[in-house]
Design a protein around this ligand. Structure first.
Ligand code: C2O
Ligand code: CU
Ligand code: CU
Length: 486
């Protein structure tokens, strides 16, 4: 269903009914504004200290459970948790290690863990068929063979991924290696993982209950949290920082920028370091994507406040109709540092188009017609079936895949498990590559009207993997296929 047509044909009274009680309808917004973005972001006072998620090294235990009494924005709610708060620990390891993670499932439903961006044996990587039942445990053994990068983890059971992530189950997974360590990038308290998410509440309770229309557009919350905290404040020194940005939202795209005319120096994308830092004033970050950036706060005087903001981007997508602040940095200490931005970071060998043995096309334009709540989102006109193998690829070979959203009207962050890819070309829409798309990627934003071509070599790990839209409402609605590496 095309959303605009849906709104036209049902009218505003239905829309108001769909919106429920949790929306803040400010009188200054016209009806049209509310249709474009019904759940207007509500900013807070930016005085809650930014939480540092605990680091986990070595043998990790994640205990998935429901807990209550958690505070978000002064509201006391139930959440799902791997520890004792929103979001799991930040797992940190190095290339060549083996990470053991025990998952205990104390939820009342199936769950599992997918290691987003990591290249792992099929039975360890969290395919929707490999779930751990309520009351059971699973021991993940993760051989880390790839380069340094900002990866992450979250549940991936069929049909419940969005809700489990939204309710609190997700964490960052950082890999370091010798090449990266040699760069002596800002570290310790100058390295800040930031998981950005949007939440919605029904009264005091965190509420995941998308309507059919919200399954089409994505479930957009009015409360932005970073590392689980609403309207946070990061106390910083006047020096260089490394921010590892992860969009852990189910559907919201952020167009990140800093106030005070401060630039991002992008050093890494989904799959690790870029070849050289890329200067950017804005970063468009879709669900599932990461940006590794350096920021120079050294010219700021004590007391200066800088906001991390999401800017409008409505020329690409109607969810980008509002600009809002996400996090406040406040310079509260002065230090001396002699860090200088490296001119070279890494080298990336380009996969040649001519080395591809075939091209596969994936039609992702199908917003689909919904019939009784099922079958809304498709890839190649197919809705996900856990037992069907949709594509077979040969280990060690290189292919070009094409995600075609040229006649669609929704944004789809397309993600492939089990592999890192390079982006070749974007045709239509923005018509060009983003600077982060010069590096390795596992998720790529395909806006309405765009066709994006990527290239990748399939690893040695044989077995079943998935590709899907990382708008998690779309994924749970069937926008996912199985592919097998043979
Ligand atoms: Cu983070 Cu299958 O995804
Ligand atoms: Cu993934
Ligand atoms: Cu999608």
């Amino acid at each position: 269903m095309k959303r605009r047509h849906f709104i036209k044909s049902t009218g505003l009274s239905t829309l108001t009914a769909l919106m429920g009680s949790s929306f803040l309808l400010k009188s200054c917004h016209t009806e049209e504004d509310m249709i474009g973005e019904p759940n207007w972001i509500v900013e807070g006072g930016f005085d809650t200290p930014l939480p540092t998620l605990p680091y986990a090294v070595g043998n990790v235990e994640l205990n998935a459970k429901s807990i209550s009494g958690e505070m978000i924005d002064g509201k006391i709610t139930s959440i799902l948790s791997y520890r004792d708060g929103l979001l799991g620990p930040t797992i940190k390891t190095e290339t060549g290690s083996n990470v053991n993670v025990r998952l205990d499932n104390a939820l009342s439903e199936d769950t599992n863990i997918h290691w987003h961006g990591l290249v792992l044996p099929a039975h360890m990587e969290g395919h929707p068929k490999d779930v751990t039942a309520s009351g059971n445990a699973f021991q993940y053994s993760l051989p880390i063979t790839q380069r340094a990068g900002t990866y992450w983890y979250h549940p991936h059971a069929e049909g419940t991924t969005a809700r489990q992530v939204f309710m609190g189950l997700a964490g960052m997974f950082i890999v370091t290696d010798a090449e990266e360590t040699a760069l002596q990038l800002p570290s310790g308290e100058m390295e800040i993982p930031l998981i950005i998410q949007d939440k919605r509440f029904d009264g005091p309770s965190l509420d995941y209950s998308p309507t059919e229309d919200e399954i089409m557009s994505g479930y957009l919350g009015e409360t932005i949290v970073v590392n689980g905290a609403y309207s946070p404040l990061a106390s910083i020194a006047n020096t260089w920082y490394r921010l590892r940005l992860l969009n852990g939202s189910t559907a919201r795209v952020y167009n990140l920028t800093l106030t005070n005319n401060i630039a991002f120096h992008i050093i890494g994308s989904d799959g690790g370091l870029l070849e050289r830092p890329e200067h950017a004033m804005n970063i468009l970050l879709g669900p599932g994507e990461r940006a590794d950036v350096l920021v120079d706060f050294s010219s700021l005087t004590t007391g200066t406040e800088v906001f991390l903001v999401s800017d409008k981007f409505s020329k690409y997508n109607e969810q980008g109709r509002q600009s809002f602040s996400i996090l406040k940095f406040k310079v509260e200490r002065s230090v001396t540092s002699n860090f200088t931005l490296p001119s070279m970071l890494s080298s990336i060998s380009r996969l040649a188009e001519a080395s591809a043995i075939r091209t596969r096309s994936f039609d992702i334009s199908g917003g689909g017609e919904r019939h009784g709540g099922i079958g809304g989102h498709t890839i190649n006109h197919k809705s996900y079936s856990i037992a069907r193998v949709d594509e077979k690829v040969q280990s060690g070979t290189t292919e070009i895949w094409e995600f075609d959203n040229s006649t669609g009207d929704e944004v789809h962050p397309m993600h492939i498990h089990g592999v890192q890819f390079q982006v070749l070309q974007r045709i239509g829409g923005r018509n060009e590559l983003d600077v982060m798309e010069k590096g390795w990627k596992d998720t790529v934003l395909v806006m309405a009207g765009e066709r994006v071509r990527i290239i990748m070599t399939f690893p040695e790990y044989r077995g079943l993997f998935v590709l899907h839209c990382h708008n998690l409402e779309h994924e749970d609605d069937g926008m996912m296929l199985n592919y097998e590496i043979i």
